[in-house]
Design a protein around this ligand. Structure first.
Ligand SMILES: Nc1ncnc2c1ncn2[C@@H]1O[C@H](COP(=O)(O)OP(=O)(O)O)[C@@H](O)[C@H]1O
Ligand SMILES: [Mg+2]
Length: 246
């Protein structure tokens, strides 16, 4: 959209394992939006997200973060990595208290001690876990653990949060809590979210824009309402109407 600032973009991106699993001519994400990347299993969603997170190098192509081209081994990648983080399907927590888990990124970034404690308390309350500060992460339920992982991810106020099927293992009440949290954070802080999901309903509920990936390529991208009500490509229609197997 005109006037919006780009946070992440890729150009002529290709990833080849045994075969080419991702081929994106151009894909661009604007600051302050919630994006849903949908598509059947094997479409290349997770591969794209790992590349976007600069965890994995593309076989070819360019990645831009806030308008700067990223060189994987250089200072640009380091600076970009400091501004983004990823939440996975399975929460990766340390065998430590919920509070220590949330504090992790803040300590690494040398936040003052009193500020850390204050922020950890605020965040635990925000994810519905007030009173859980001292609980060891190993004793948390799946939903609680994922909420701690999310609190940890947003603690240092990244400008971009990448989510890979982050609610896929959770019960409906935890899914709702996390979706609400994403919408609140986006509205309150302008944080950008790129959310990979095979769950079209989740994309429909909370994404502003949707990218439909199929066999490593973008079939269609647009405003969520448009993608769901007037898809232009028959494959998009099949997918959003539940006729394509996930
Ligand atoms: N490390 C890897 N080595 C070889 N093939 C891979 C690897 N990671 C993913 N793939 C393949 O790339 C394709 C896309 O996978 P993935 O990005 O995980 O899809 P999605 O997340 O949309 O289900 C699949 O065919 C998958 O088997
Ligand atoms: Mg995946």
């Amino acid at each position: 959209m005109h006037g919006n600032k780009e946070i992440l973009a890729v150009q002529n991106l290709s990833k080849v394992y045994d075969k080419e699993v991702l081929k994106l001519d151009k894909l661009s994400f604007q600051q302050g939006k919630i994006y849903g990347i949908i598509g059947p299993s094997g479409a290349g969603k997770s591969t794209f997200l790992r590349i976007a997170n600069l965890l994995e190098a593309p076989t070819a192509g360019d990645i831009y973060f806030k308008g700067n081209i990223i060189s994987m081994n250089g200072g640009t990648a380091l600076a970009a990595r400091r501004e983004m983080t990823m939440v996975f399907q399975k929460p990766l927590l340390f065998r430590a208290s919920a509070a220590d888990n949330v504090a992790y990124g803040l300590k690494a970034r040398n936040y003052p001690k009193d500020k850390i404690q204050e922020r950890v308390e605020t965040l635990l309350e925000k994810v519905g876990l007030k009173g859980f500060a001292g609980r060891n992460a190993t004793t948390l339920s799946g939903g609680e653990a994922q909420r701690v992982a999310l609190a940890r991810a947003v603690a240092f106020e990244p400008s971009l949060l990448l989510l890979d099927e982050a609610t896929a293992n959770l019960d409906p009440s935890n899914v709702e809590l996390i979706e609400q949290l994403i919408m609140d954070l986006n509205r309150e802080t302008g944080m950008t979210f790129i959310m990979v999901t095979h769950n079209i309903f989740q994309a429909k509920r909370i994404a502003h824009e949707v990218v439909f990936l199929h066999e490593g390529r973008i079939v269609e991208m647009g405003e969520t309402k448009q993608i769901f009500t007037t898809p232009q490509d028959p494959r998009t229609r099949d997918f959003v109407e539940g006729r394509m197997i996930c």
